[in-house]
Design a protein around this ligand. Structure first.
Ligand SMILES: [Fe+2]
Ligand SMILES: [Fe+2]
Length: 258
């Protein structure tokens, strides 16, 4: 699934560049996004080393690497950061990631951290060009201890990293979630195990509910739109997950859907 326009006007675009396929990396399929405004672009979670050539190919349909003004990393996982050394060579862009991950990222083989900007726990606004700003929204413990979302106030799309992520069966290529109930089997197990707790989920839902959200764009699986946006937020607000389900050091409750 490639080059899906989630929002597209003369000046502003939000593009799902690429959903990696199992053959491109041995790991999980993942989404890489471009937000662009006039000649300025921003990459969201550019992906692991294996998908980099495909992401570049898709990027070149829209703009060149020299126009990338920032790279946002939702968290520290290898399916997000694994290709960053090459993106640092190809662009001049600063890279935004939670401040708590700055000391760990050099282990991805980076020779310098000069272009990395540590995002404070409370988040920040990034002014990228006249009329082009993105908000970095805290989403800590969902699942990473230092997790950030990216909200684009022009398209009103919220990029959520692993929140809302789906593990789709092979061969299912839906770009969007329209029927949340039908989608639930693809997200429930992941969220129950990987998301830290209901408290973290609830505080995040309360915070993002202040935003006008047209779509939720996760790092894995299809994009939520229409009624699926609110349906996902309502479900996640009440989800018992992570430490809520621990009954002993090595055992978790297997809860069925309330
Ligand atoms: Fe992750
Ligand atoms: Fe992920």
């Amino acid at each position: 699934m490639r080059n899906i326009s989630l929002f597209n006007t003369d000046h502003h675009k939000f593009i799902l560049l690429n959903e990696s396929e199992p053959g491109e990396e041995d790991g999980i399929r993942s989404n890489q996004y471009l937000v662009s405004h006039d000649e300025h672009g921003v990459l969201l979670d550019p992906g692991g080393f294996g998908v980099m050539p495909r992401v570049l190919t898709e990027l070149l349909r829209h703009t060149g690497p020299e126009s990338i003004k920032a790279i946002m990393l939702s968290h520290q996982d290898p399916d997000i950061v694994g290709g960053i050394a090459t993106w640092l060579e190809m662009t001049q862009a600063p890279v935004y990631v939670s401040q708590i991950w700055l000391r760990f990222l050099p282990h991805y083989g980076l020779s310098s951290m000069e272009r990395f900007i540590g995002v404070p726990d409370e988040g920040m606004r990034c002014d990228l060009a006249p009329g082009f700003s993105l908000d970095l929204i805290p989403a800590h413990f969902l699942h990473s201890e230092g997790q950030i979302n990216v909200y684009d106030p022009v398209s009103r799309i919220l990029f959520t990293g692993d929140i809302g992520a789906a593990m789709m069966p092979p061969g299912v290529e839906d770009a969007y979630v329209d029927d949340f109930e039908a989608h639930l089997p693809y997200i429930e197990g992941f969220h129950r195990r990987y998301m830290a707790s209901n408290r973290a989920a609830r505080l995040w839902v309360d915070a993002v509910s202040e935003l006008d959200i047209q779509m939720i764009a996760p790092q894995h699986g299809p994009v939520y739109r229409g009624g699926a946006v609110q349906a996902f937020l309502d479900w996640f607000r009440h989800l018992e997950c992570g430490v809520d389900l621990m009954v002993s050091a090595g055992r978790f409750l297997r809860k069925s859907q309330p």
